[in-house]
Every structure is written in C-alpha cells, then in structure tokens.
Design a protein around this ligand. Structure first.
Ligand SMILES: *[C@@H]1O[C@H](CO)[C@@H](O)[C@H](O)[C@H]1NC(C)=O
Ligand SMILES: *[C@@H]1O[C@H](CO)[C@@H](O)[C@H](O)[C@H]1NC(C)=O
Ligand SMILES: *[C@@H]1O[C@H](CO)[C@@H](O)[C@H](O)[C@H]1NC(C)=O
Ligand SMILES: *[C@@H]1O[C@H](CO)[C@@H](O)[C@H](O)[C@H]1NC(C)=O
Ligand SMILES: *[C@@H]1O[C@H](CO)[C@@H](O)[C@H](O)[C@H]1NC(C)=O
Ligand SMILES: *[C@@H]1O[C@H](CO)[C@@H](O)[C@H](O)[C@H]1NC(C)=O
Ligand SMILES: *[C@@H]1O[C@H](CO)[C@@H](O)[C@H](O)[C@H]1NC(C)=O
Length: 616
C-alpha cells in the first residue's frame, strides 16, 4: 500500500552560533559572580532537601578544584565562580545514589513563544551519569509558599527538556534550551551519578545562566506561530499551519511533543500539513528557516515528527510513527507484584554479533515512590531464562536509549516487564531495532552478571544444594512467596520475592550455589539480608568454592534479643552488605550458606560489580 500521495518535504535547518545577546537581564540569570570570596547564587534555590535530593555547591578554581570541582569557570578564570555537583556528595548514601538539583526560583507560566535558557557546562570523571535540564511544574499557584514554607509535599510533576551524558573532559561547553510552561514552574539543573564508578570521583558544573524571552535563535516550539520560520510562496504548492490537537478522526497528532507523555500539561502547538483534499499527489509544502551564518563546526538539526493517517506519502507504509509505544500496564488491579508480561521474538539464531536497541520509559510522577517494577531482556532457552539487561524502578523522566549485544546462541529473546507495587507511573518500550554489529551495553546501570539475582520469580542461576539434615523445604533456601514476615527489597512490595530459610527448633544448614564466576576478575558482591527472630546460633556466610577448596569470605551472626515480640514477628528490616571478591586464578562458585535453629534468614538483590577496588 505505497500509493505515494503528497510526499512531505520539510526543509529544516538550524544554527547554534553564539551571537552576543542583547543585554536584557532577567531576574533568573546567574553568572555566579565572585563577590570578594562569596559566590553569588542570584535567585537560585540551592537547597534541594525539600525534594529529598542532594544540593549543588558553589566554588572557584582556587577554592574548590582540589575538592573535586573544575579548575576554571566558563570565562577561563580560576577566580571566577561557578556551581557544581560533586559525585562524592551524590554517592554519600551508597548504594542508593542520589541526584543533585539546583533549582531556579519558581516563576509563573511563560507566554506561548516560550523562553530561551542558555548556560555553560563542564563535566569530568567516569562517575557522572548525566546532566539534565528539567522542568518542575507545580500544582499550586502560590509558588512563594512552596519553598519558603517548606510545603513541597504538594504534588508537582517533572519533565525533561535537555540532557547530555558525555563528559566534556573539563572543557566548558554552551547549551541552549527553548521551553514554554503552562503552569507555575522552576527549571532544574539535575546531575546524576554513575554508582559503578563511585571510586573515580567527578563533577558537573554550570555557569553563566541567562534567560531571554522568546525562543532561542532558530529554534521554535510552534506553540504560537512559526517563529522565524516561513512558508515559501513560490517553490511549493501549499503551506504549513500551527495546530494544537487534531479535530479529525484518523489523522493528526492528539497532542504536541512536549505534552504527549505528560498528562499534567495541556497541549501545546506544532507545525503541520494536512494532505487531504484539495491536496494532490506530488504537492509540496516548504517550511524555511531564516538565513544561517556560516559556521566552522557542523550543526545539528533536531525536531520531532508525527506522521499519521492514510495518504501521507510513502512514509506510511514503511514506518509506523503514530505516537505509539508499548505500555506495561502498572495500573491493572488484577496484577500482583512480580507478575510479568513478555514480548517474545521469533527464534534467533545468532552466529555473528547483533545489537538489540530500543527505548524505554520508566518513571513515576510521585518522586517519593520510586518502586515501579523492572524491565529486562531475557534469553529464553528450553531449560532456563537468562537475563542480559535489566533496569528497575524510577529512571530518568524521559525516554532512555538502551542497547545490548546478546551472546551468540539459539534462543528466543523476550523483553519482559515485571510488576512492582501498584503505583502511578508508566513503563513503556519503543523503537525496537536489531543491527548487525556488536555494541556496548546502554545504559551502564542495566548491566547484569550471570550471578546477579533480584529473586523476583525464582533463584535465577543459583542452585540449592541438598543437605541430608533438612527435613522440610522451608528449611532449605527457597523463593519466599506470600511472605508476611518481610517486605521484598527489590520493589518494596509485599507477597515475597526474596530467598528465605527458617527453622523452628532444629539445627539446619542450607547452601545456595552461584553459576561459575570468571577467573582473574575482581568483583564487589553487594546483597541485602535480614535476620528474623534472632537466635545466637544462626550464621550467614559467603564462601568461595573452587576445585573442592572452600574459603569463607564473610560471615554475620544474629544478635540475641531477650524479649521476643508477643506476636512472634520482629520488625525485620533489610541490611546491606558488600563483600570484596579478590581476583582468583581459576573460575569459581559462590556459596551463600545459612545456618538456623530458631530463626530465619532472608537474602535479596544479589549484585556483582566487576572491577570495583573500593569494595568494603
Ligand atoms: C519570571 O518570568 C518573567 C517573564 O517571563 C521574567 O521577566 C522574570 O525575570 C522571571 N523571574 C522572576 C524571578 O520573576
Ligand atoms: C506570578 O503571578 C502573580 C499573579 O499575577 C504575581 O503576583 C507574582 O508576582 C508573579 N510571580 C512571579 C515570580 O513573577
Ligand atoms: C505555611 O502554611 C501553613 C499551612 O498552609 C499556614 O498555616 C502558615 O501560615 C504558612 N506559613 C507561612 C510563613 O507562610
Ligand atoms: C522560495 O524558495 C525559492 C527556491 O529556494 C527561493 O528562490 C525564494 O527566494 C523563496 N521565497 C521566499 C519568499 O522564501
Ligand atoms: C522463561 O520466561 C517465560 C516468559 O516469562 C516463561 O513463560 C517461561 O516459563 C520461563 N522459562 C523458564 C525455564 O523459567
Ligand atoms: C592458583 O593459586 C593457588 C594459590 O592461591 C596456587 O596454589 C595455584 O598453583 C595457582 N594456580 C595457577 C594455575 O596459577
Ligand atoms: C589467570 O591468570 C593466571 C596467572 O596470570 C593464568 O595462569 C591463568 O591462565 C588465567 N586464567 C584465565 C582463565 O585467564
């Protein structure tokens, strides 16, 4: 069905030449001036604790370079001020990395032409995951009260406007972002750490923040008009118009790009052409930018497109760009925690490397409830399923690009959603593509080792070793289902989802053995455990088992408490452990051994991080 009717021709071009700005100061600007040793933070809100996040700091090359900040500011002065987020602050609560926010003071809605934010940024170190510019939209009109009366428990919603993930290697770069806001809002500079490189340190810094009314040069939100873009009267046959929401059934986007993922935002505008009558096949509509200045560096044109309906040229039969994505339904009341739904491929026979790429969206609008579930890529063999990529719980408030090269095998590939507790949020998947080349795993936080286990559906690749003494399956390691004793650590959901052993009056020992770990690699083993109904004979150990030799690497016992609660339940909580697994000259297995007499052990979220040298 490729009857080519009215193909679209879009002429788009953009420039990011840094023309000197007409000097028009906005109350939101900030150059972090060094005023006799005090760095001015202008009207910025530097304290992010109302959002339960870490804060940015100010500094100069002279005062903060040795504490992990940049050596100069954006004007290349070692005395000039800047703001920065250091990864040592963001990783203070390891293993729960925390973002750092710097927030512009709340402002009213913008007008429909929007505003232009320009700023300089620099970053260095492997430990920086990303710098993002977010828009926080407040549900209240009384914006002054939000920070100054600490009433931020009120609902707000976050939308991502801009993001970079590459280190600038300490070089200052410039960025611009055009945005419009229909509600009272703040913009946020959000730095995220990469916890895998916690030992390396790093920073993200920002300087010379300016705001101007209207869009940034050559940019256009198409919320009010075509900005500096024009329709050409001579070279084409019909014109582009501004639309808000399609009034026709079967064609036109229902919302603009900025609001399509965000129910909180009323719809903005977009430029569009309608190919229906009186348009004829071959008609063209040109949207032409203002004249661009020559540049020494390549420019990048970015735009969002939406093509929908019959008769929109030959795009329709080749792509399906319908504002559509696969959604994992988090809201369905019949779904229980840890239930899964899988999209399964045709059988794959992989004889050479391929790159499986896709985009995921995993976010909740309630930032205090970050547990929403997991998405994972699973290779399905006859006898076992192997996870090769996994992201869980709250991610960026934007689509995240993801890719993985599965090992060469014969298997089905499934992309699986795992239900967390019931939450308001969205888990979605889009643009799955397979390329004939190998690619590094993205995002780095989705890396999975074979011995990792969140204990969602099973014990993963861990095997329980039979022990002659164990008379009942509950006295051996097993997956806890419907447990009322403890809330699962992975999703903070009830109904089990961790490894568990218990005994009421006999000495029991049970061992769980990992798949083989590679030789000559140092790992940091991270796990969560809980001791339930304390008993002084109980022990939990991590043992390395290699060619018949065993070496205990870590042991913990339970503290005796004299007054057991009457109900028989303790208020059990999860505790975190890290165990260094020094490099070994052969492959080996890990054993998790639990000993109990009148108590229980629970273990969850086993994670192996290769190459970590600072594991304690
Ligand atoms: C808020 O926005 C207006 C116009 O959009 C701007 O003039 C003003 O400087 C901004 N900031 C504050 C703190 O009012
Ligand atoms: C927002 O609008 C209200 C009402 O028009 C006004 O009183 C207030 O000063 C404005 N706030 C800012 C930051 O511009
Ligand atoms: C803070 O909010 C509370 C509850 O709305 C109100 O009673 C109180 O007067 C406010 N205080 C200030 C300083 O605005
Ligand atoms: C329309 O496009 C043609 C061909 O590129 C160009 O010569 C002409 O100047 C344009 N006219 C306007 C009004 O942009
Ligand atoms: C692998 O996963 C699929 C999809 O969730 C499931 O139906 C199947 O039972 C699993 N196979 C094994 C061996 O666990
Ligand atoms: C591995 O290390 C052990 C001691 O830790 C040593 O006895 C053994 O010879 C080594 N094996 C190899 C192949 O190097
Ligand atoms: C590990 O290193 C040892 C000593 O360098 C070497 O003999 C052994 O072959 C290596 N093992 C593997 C699996 O690479």
């Amino acid at each position: 069905m490729s009857s080519a009717r009215a193909p679209l021709v879009v002429l788009l071009a953009a420039s990011s030449i840094w023309l000197p700005l007409a000097v028009s100061q906005s109350a939101d600007d900030c150059a972090f001036d060094n005023e006799g040793g005090t760095i001015s933070t202008c009207n910025l809100v530097m304290n992010a604790t109302p959002f339960r996040l870490k804060s940015w700091k100010t500094g100069t090359g002279i005062t903060t370079n040795y504490r992990g900040g940049p050596g100069v500011d954006a004007q290349q002065s070692n005395e000039g001020g800047y703001a920065f987020a250091s990864t040592s602050d963001m990783l203070q609560d390891f293993p729960l990395p925390t973002k750092a926010w710097m927030i512009t003071s709340p402002n009213n809605s913008t007008d429909s032409l929007g505003r232009c934010l320009e700023f300089a940024f620099a970053s260095e170190g492997l430990c920086v995951e990303s710098l993002e510019v977010l828009m926080v939209m407040y549900k209240t009109n009384d914006v002054d009260e939000i920070f100054f009366n600490n009433t931020l428990t009120k609902d707000y919603q976050v939308m991502s406007l801009w993001r970079t993930r590459q280190s600038t290697k300490a070089e200052w770069k410039k960025a611009q972002v055009t945005f419009s806001a229909p509600t009272p809002h703040s913009l946020v500079f959000s730095a995220s750490p990469d916890k895998r490189f916690a030992s390396r340190g790093g920073y993200v810094a920002v300087d010379d923040i300016t705001f101007t009314e209207g869009p940034c040069s050559n940019e256009c939100l198409f919320d009010r008009d075509l900005c500096t873009w024009t329709n050409n009267d001579t070279a084409d046959n019909f014109d582009w118009s501004i639309g808000r929401s399609s009034t026709k059934i079967g064609t036109g986007p229902s919302k603009d790009q900025g609001s399509s993922l965000n129910t909180f935002v009323t719809t903005g505008g977009y430029a569009y052409v309608d190919s229906s009558y009186p348009r004829l096949p071959g008609d063209k509509a040109w949207l032409v930018s203002a004249a661009l200045q020559p540049t020494a560096v390549p420019l990048c044109v970015k735009f969002w497109i939406n093509i929908y309906g019959g008769g929109t040229g030959n795009f329709r039969s080749e792509y399906d760009i319908d504002d559509m994505y696969m959604k994992f339904d988090l809201h369905c009341y019949r779904n229980r925690p840890r239930e899964t739904a899988a999209l399964v491929s045709k059988p794959f026979t992989l004889t050479s490397d391929v790159c499986l790429s896709f985009w995921v969206y995993m976010s909740t609008t309630i930032l205090s409830h970050i547990h929403i579930g997991a998405l994972r890529v699973v290779l399905m063999y006859e006898a076992k399923n192997v996870t090769v990529w996994r992201l869980q719980n709250q991610q960026l408030t934007d689509w995240t690009y993801s890719q993985v090269t599965p090992p060469n095998t014969n298997s089905y590939v499934a992309i699986e959603g795992v239900q967390g507790p019931r939450v308001i949020g969205l888990m979605a998947l889009d643009d799955i593509a397979v390329y004939p080349l190998s690619c590094p795993l993205e995002p780095a936080t989705a890396a999975v080792q074979e011995a990792d286990c969140p204990f969602d559906q099973d014990l993963c690749q861990w095997k329980v070793e039979a022990d002659g003494r164990s008379s009942s399956p509950t006295m051996m390691w097993h997956l806890a289902l419907n447990s009322k004793v403890l809330i699962d650590h992975t999703f903070n959901a009830d109904e089990g989802g961790f490894a568990y052993i218990e005994s009421f009056n006999t000495d029991q020992k049970s061992r769980m053995k990992s798949p083989f770990l590679p030789a000559n690699t140092t790992f940091c083993l991270a796990l969560w455990f809980s001791d339930i109904y304390e008993d002084n004979a109980a022990k939990l150990s991590v043992i390395r088992s290699s060619e018949g030799r065993e070496e205990t690497l870590w042991t913990v016992s339970q503290n005796v408490i004299t007054d057991l609660p009457v109900s028989g339940y303790t208020t059990a909580t999860w505790r975190y452990a890290q165990v260094l697994l020094p490099s070994h000259n052969t492959t080996y297995q890990l054993v998790i051994e639990g000993e109990v007499t009148r108590s229980a052990w629970a273990v969850d979220d086993i994670l192996l991080i290769p190459g970590r040298t600072d594991c304690i």
